[in-house]
Design a protein around this ligand. Sequence first.
Ligand SMILES: C[S@@+](CC[C@H](N)C(=O)[O-])C[C@H]1O[C@@H](n2cnc3c(N)ncnc32)[C@H](O)[C@@H]1O
Length: 491
Amino acid sequence: MSRLELIATAAFGLEAIVSRELSDLGYTEQTVEDGRVCFVADELAICRCNLWLRAADRVLIKVGSFLATNFDELFQGVTELAWPEWLPFDAKFPVSGKSVRSQLHNEPSIQGVTKKAIVECLKKTYQRHWFDENGAEYPIEVSILKDRVTLSIDTSGVGLHKRGYRPEVAAAPLRETTAAALVLLSYWGRERPFLDPFCGSGTIPIEAALIARNRAPGTNRGFQCDQWGQISRDHWKQAREETRDKQLPKPRYTLQASDIDGKVVSLAKRNAFEAGVADDIDFKKLDVLELKTIRDYGCIITNPPYGERLGDDDSAAAIYDDMADAFAPFTTWSVYVLTSHPGFERFFRRQADRRRKMYAGRIECHYFQYYGPRPPGEPPLEDLWNFFPILRLDRLFPAASIPWLCRKQPQATSLRCLVLTCKLRWVVRCDWGYDDPTMRGNVAVSERTRYESGSQERRWPMRCLAPMCLRHVVPERTPSETLKKTLRDST
Ligand SMILES: C[S@@+](CC[C@H](N)C(=O)[O-])C[C@H]1O[C@@H](n2cnc3c(N)ncnc32)[C@H](O)[C@@H]1O
């Protein structure tokens, strides 16, 4: 069972973020579909993905998939899958089902037939007629979309948005997964100031602080698959050790969060304490109109009232008008606002640079993004690029240590590569060199690729590449202080 098909489910609009998170974890063999990212990985990935994914709802094991237009075909298809590989003889396996645009649509019957078929399959393997189902639980999902049946087992149990730090919430809280996605979709990084002036229960600043610390969001919770015999204790140990090893120190700037409601601010402080980031966030009771900052080039990421859940439409419009005045002095900041209010841009008096459709619960929202200027002192990409020498691959890496790299460019003999995580979340350029004269005429640098945040092309585990390159680079010339700082920040 070393090669598994897994599924990370996600709210509509967050699939691309989950796909990026999976790539960052090194799982690049993916297919992105509505509400899910299917990927190929091993058993260790089940532990790592449950612990690390910030924007996904659950991690499922795909047991199989087939077409069925009647109950006989459904029964037959289910019995043919390898259930005994996952379900021990005492497994408890509740079945839930859903069907969309399919000939089989009666969900209780779909669940019943699936359950019977699994029992039939287990009977053959375990040579028994009755199963007590008093062991570990393996929740099974049968989902049918346009007559294609997919069977999966849920490894997460309680949804991954339940990080365990938010026992109480204020009115209209965002899901932790949505809050994390807002931060991941922005150009904010741990080296820039952060502000949420409508913080409510503190979900956005807490998720930002967890990201800044590179702390795995699932560290303080358990998962459905904890007790499953198929996932070895060693995998859990390794995955949990990794979460400890990868933590970063406190970021340079304390994150700022405020709300007009003092009770809500106390609650947010408690939640931050539970999440272990109380020292990283400065919470204040403040009307948005009282905002001040002495910092530049920060990011405001916020979720103001939008009428549907808190207050009414007119009061939301008045708040957006106040926001326009309150944010006016923040001339160098980027602003990101999630709201469902259709007139947001009009009342805020600015057209967004980018809008993205998302959901907060069942409410359709837009994420309005206003990009500020680039922080000065961040050297232009070209300068950094020229700073990197061309490196012989055989001297740079023992080939076997990075098989994905060698697979990608098997004939390449040299590489120049740059990864930044400052202004753009990712900027990567790779030039591959070939000695073979048939490969573009013996040129040292023959291919250039530029990958940017959100690009469909970004398929490699770039974060793995960056530190390797930076560690091995012997500078050809002395870098300036600014350049040194950027290189330090980018690793
Ligand atoms: C949609 S909620 C934010 C929810 C938050 N993202 C969470 O996950 O809990 C909006 C918040 O704006 C606050 N608020 C309303 N008017 C405000 C104002 N004029 N200045 C600052 N905060 C205000 C409310 O108290 C409420 O907590």
